[in-house]
Design a protein around this ligand. Structure first.
Ligand SMILES: C[S@@+](CC[C@H](N)C(=O)[O-])C[C@H]1O[C@@H](n2cnc3c(N)ncnc32)[C@H](O)[C@@H]1O
Length: 223
């Protein structure tokens, strides 16, 4: 279920305006050489204020974004319009996607699913699978266990790696739900997909006081 703390985040502050580097790399390797980009239907789940939608539309793909925050969606539409770009952007909870089966060629999750409980994340990934065409790809960039803060907060009841509050680390702040994915959970979360590649990135901040680890998961809907 969408966590409404995000509405306040987008009302109160600026958010990144440029796409995730890992997304650019994924798109370059998988979709830049297609004969007609307009025929490649891409969905971003949890599209925030639209940085990735802006990039995908600028690169000429057929782009859809769905996002829980009304402010996020409004800011996305404004930005696209300013640059004469088009994408379908709507407010909604990604736990139930308002799209038909086998519709998208590709779905991207740039740190959206981690902001949901484990149970809801499973439902979201099942919905993504339903709306992907057979053979379609999911790129999921998602917080990894071992990131600073993991194990240092108030856990969501009944869940091992989901937190509603932190004492210290990278995510100490405003009660937003944060879930870290452990390696052993990946098979269960992304089941019914073929795993194409499982990598991760690590970066440090504050003179190495904080370490942020993110899974870079590429998987494909079985044909
Ligand atoms: C860390 S932000 C990332 C935003 C964007 N993908 C980006 O890279 O700039 C997480 C986003 O996912 C959205 N989100 C998380 N869970 C969601 C859900 N269940 N339904 C709709 N949006 C969701 C949040 O509202 C927020 O905009």
């Amino acid at each position: 279920m969408w966590d409404s703390h995000w509405e306040k985040v987008f009302q109160d502050r600026e958010w990144g305006r440029y796409p995730a580097e890992d997304l650019v790399r994924f798109m370059g390797r998988n979709y830049y050489n297609v004969p007609n980009r307009k025929q490649v239907k891409i969905l971003e789940v949890g599209s925030g204020t639209g940085a990735n939608l802006w990039y995908l539309a600028k690169e000429g793909f057929d782009v859809t974004g769905i996002e829980g925050s009304k402010t996020g969606v409004e800011r996305s539409i404004k930005r696209l319009k300013e640059d004469g770009l088009s994408a379908r952007v709507m407010v909604g909870d990604v736990i139930k996607l308002p799209f038909e089966d086998d519709y998208f060629d590709c779905v991207v999750d740039i740190e959206c699913i981690y902001a949901n409980s484990y149970g809801d994340s499973k439902k979201i990934i099942r919905e993504i699978r339903r709306t992907l065409k057979p053979g379609g790809k999911l790129f999921s960039k998602t917080l990894m266990s071992g990131t600073s803060g993991d194990g240092k907060g108030q856990r969501l009841e009944g869940e091992e790696n989901t937190y509603i509050e932190f004492d210290e680390g990278a995510f100490r702040r405003d009660g937003r739900l944060t879930r870290f994915t452990a390696e052993k959970e990946i098979g269960d979360l992304y089941n019914e997909f073929n795993m194409v590649s499982l990598d991760y990135s690590v970066r440090t901040e504050k003179n190495r006081e904080i370490e942020i680890k993110e899974w870079l998961i590429i998987c494909q809907k079985k044909t």
